[in-house]
Design a protein around this ligand. Structure first.
Ligand code: MBD
Ligand code: FE
Length: 307
């Protein structure tokens, strides 16, 4: 017989004390959340008869996860970040907020403060011998009208699947740019075709995925934050057609409506040989309150230019 004590009055009172509910200081919201974590942890330990070895292995795992800065990676890999999208979608549907380009996860590799330019930008610094990529499109409202002056903040990996800042071998803000749309709502970027991302093979996230019998690969993709006054902030990605991981993404970010077709052309855009074209338009929902216009307050890396 499994012994259970977590729902007894004594234990509940004890957890209320530990969560600070018996004092007047602190933050009531955090107290509520911590109480729930204590209650649910206790139930989990009891119900699954978690051994001491398992429990302390998990505590050590969290230390190792934090040491490697992989908490955001694990959250993506376990599908929790995608779950948050599904929950936001369901809430939007309930509130009648429909239409526009689907959202999908941000992931853990954004860096704020990328160079900003008008209409167009070159994103790569020429040091990676990847296939040149010409990415272009428009930002539109739900009626299909162009949104001038929208900010398209984009970031993607190099041909090794690595992101600048997190990969110190790359120049600062390599493959990261912000482009303001022109009068027709257009943005244009020249870059290189990215490769898919793979979790660090020696890291704690991949270690967990191994135990789940899963890989840690993402298809080639490009991340976007799209914002404009009067419109709802959009966090999304284009996942590139033809990638073997397109529908086998360890972070579950690929969605219908977010697949970028890659058109290979020869001797175009003033380039001798092969280059890739990707055309993608975004549609934004109207904002109903000021906070709709901005991204979440998630803590993010900020590289000081020139540092
Ligand atoms: C990535 O590039 C990414 O987009 C996600 C979601 C997780 C890890 C790496
Ligand atoms: Fe990514």
């Amino acid at each position: 017989m499994t012994v259970k004590i977590s729902r007894t009055a004594e234990i509940q009172t004890f957890f209320e004390e530990a969560a600070g509910l018996r004092n007047e200081q602190g933050n009531p919201r955090l107290k509520q959340i911590v109480l729930r974590i204590l209650q649910d942890t206790a139930r989990l330990v009891e119900d699954l008869e978690i051994t001491d070895d398992e429990f302390w292995t998990a505590v050590d795992y969290l230390n190792r996860l934090g040491n490697r800065g992989e908490a955001g990676l694990l959250v993506a890999g376990l599908g929790i970040e995608h779950f948050l999208d599904l929950l936001s979608d369901a809430r939007d549907a309930e509130a009648g907020r429909t239409g526009g380009t689907p959202r999908t996860i941000e992931g853990p590799l954004y860096v704020a403060g990328a160079p900003l330019s008008e209409g167009e930008a070159r994103m790569d610094d020429g040091s990676d011998a990847g296939i040149p990529m010409f990415l272009a499109g428009r930002v539109l409202d739900l009626r299909g009208q162009p949104i001038a002056g929208a900010t398209v903040d984009m970031w993607h990996a190099n041909t090794k699947g690595l992101y600048s800042y997190f990969d110190p071998s790359q120049a600062e803000y390599n493959l990261r740019r912000r482009i303001r749309t022109d009068a027709e709502g257009r943005y244009r970027a020249r870059s290189i075709v990215p490769s898919g991302y793979g979790c660090p093979a020696d890291g704690p996230t991949q270690q967990c995925l191994d135990q789940l019998g899963r890989h840690g690969q993402r298809p080639a993709h490009i991340h976007f934050f799209i914002s404009a006054p009067g419109h709802r902030h959009l966090t999304t990605q284009i996942n590139l057609a033809g990638d073997r991981y397109l529908w086998d993404d360890f972070a579950y970010a690929t969605r219908d409506g977010l697949i970028g077709e890659v058109n290979f052309v020869e001797n175009a855009h003033g380039i001798a040989g092969r280059c890739a074209e990707v055309v993608f338009d975004f549609q934004l929902q109207p904002a109903s309150e000021a906070t709709d216009e901005r991204r979440s307050q998630r803590p993010r890396a900020l590289q000081v230019q020139g540092a």
